[in-house]
Write a protein that binds this ligand. Structure first.
Ligand SMILES: Nc1nc2c(ncn2[C@@H]2O[C@H](COP(=O)(O)OP(=O)(O)OP(=O)(O)O)[C@@H](O)[C@H]2O)c(=O)[nH]1
Length: 206
C-alpha cells in the first residue's frame, strides 16, 4: 500500500483580473466563486486527486496580479515550483501583451526550462468581446513551447471557436498538468495521506 502523497506545487500567474482566483477556485471547489476581491500576496488552494492509484495533492498558488500586492511575497512563490500556469484574459489584449513580462519574472527567479508551463486564455464565455484571437495566442504559445488552452472559469463548457466543447475543461487543464508531472521522475516532497476528497482554502469574502 502506498502511504505517501506526492505534492505538486503549481503557481498561477498573470495580470490582475484575468481570473486566476476563479480558475483555481473552479478546480478546487468545483464552482465559480460568487464574488472575488483582488488577491493580496498569494492565496493557496489544494485538492487531493488520485492518478493511476496514487494520491496526488495538487497545490495551486494563486498569486496577486497587482504589483503592489506581490512585492513582499514574490520570493516565496517560486520556491520548489513544479509547474507554472500563465493566464491571460481573451477579452483583454493588455493581459496578453503582459505575458512576456510574466515569463521574464519566472526567468529572474531562476525557474528552469525543465519546469512545465502552460498558457491559459480565460473568459471564453465572453465570445462577443474577444480581443485575443486563438491563432495569435497559439503562435505565442508555440514560440514559447507551451500548450495553449482556452477556457472559462465561469462556464467551463462554453462553446467557442474551437476546442471548448469538452465538459469541465478547467478540470481537464489542471489534471493534464498533474498527469504530466506524475510521468516525470519522482519528486522529493511527500507527506502522510489525509482524508480522501479535497480541501480548499478560500478567501473570507466568498
Ligand atoms: N465572464 C467571466 N468572468 C470571469 C471569468 N473568470 C473570472 N471572471 C471575472 O473576472 C474578475 C476577476 O477575477 P479574479 O479571479 O478575481 O481575477 P484574478 O486574476 O485572480 O485577479 P487578481 O487577484 O487581482 O490578480 C471577477 O469579476 C470574476 O468574476 C470567466 O471565465 N468568465
Amino acid at each position: 500500500m502506498n502511504l505517501t502523497t506526492r505534492i505538486f506545487k503549481i503557481i498561477v500567474i498573470g495580470d490582475s483580473g484575468v481570473g486566476k482566483t476563479c480558475l483555481t477556485y473552479r478546480f478546487c471547489a468545483g464552482k465559480f466563486p460568487e464574488k472575488t476581491e483582488a488577491t493580496i500576496g498569494v492565496d493557496f488552494r489544494e485538492r487531493l486527486v488520485e492518478i493511476d492509484g496514487e494520491n496526488i495533492k495538487i497545490q495551486l498558488w494563486d498569486t496577486a496580479g497587482q504589483e503592489r500586492f506581490r512585492k513582499s511575497m514574490v520570493q516565496h512563490y517560486y520556491r520548489n515550483v513544479h509547474a507554472v500556469v500563465f493566464v491571460y484574459d481573451i477579452t483583454n489584449a493588455a493581459s496578453f501583451h503582459s505575458l512576456p513580462a510574466w515569463i521574464e519574472e519566472c526567468k529572474q527567479h531562476a525557474l528552469g526550462t525543465e519546469v512545465p508551463r502552460i498558457l491559459v486564455g480565460n473568459k471564453c464565455d465572453l465570445q462577443d468581446s474577444v480581443q485575443v484571437n486563438t491563432d495569435l495566442a497559439q503562435q505565442f504559445a508555440d514560440a514559447h513551447s507551451m500548450p495553449l488552452f482556452e477556457t472559462s472559469a465561469k462556464n467551463p463548457n462554453s462553446q467557442g471557436d474551437r476546442n471548448y466543447g469538452n465538459s469541465d475543461h478547467v478540470e481537464a487543464i489542471f489534471m493534464t498538468v498533474a498527469h504530466k508531472l506524475k510521468s516525470q521522475k519522482p519528486l522529493v516532497l511527500s507527506q502522510p495521506p489525509e482524508v480522501a476528497g479535497f480541501s480548499c482554502l478560500i478567501k473570507g469574502s466568498m
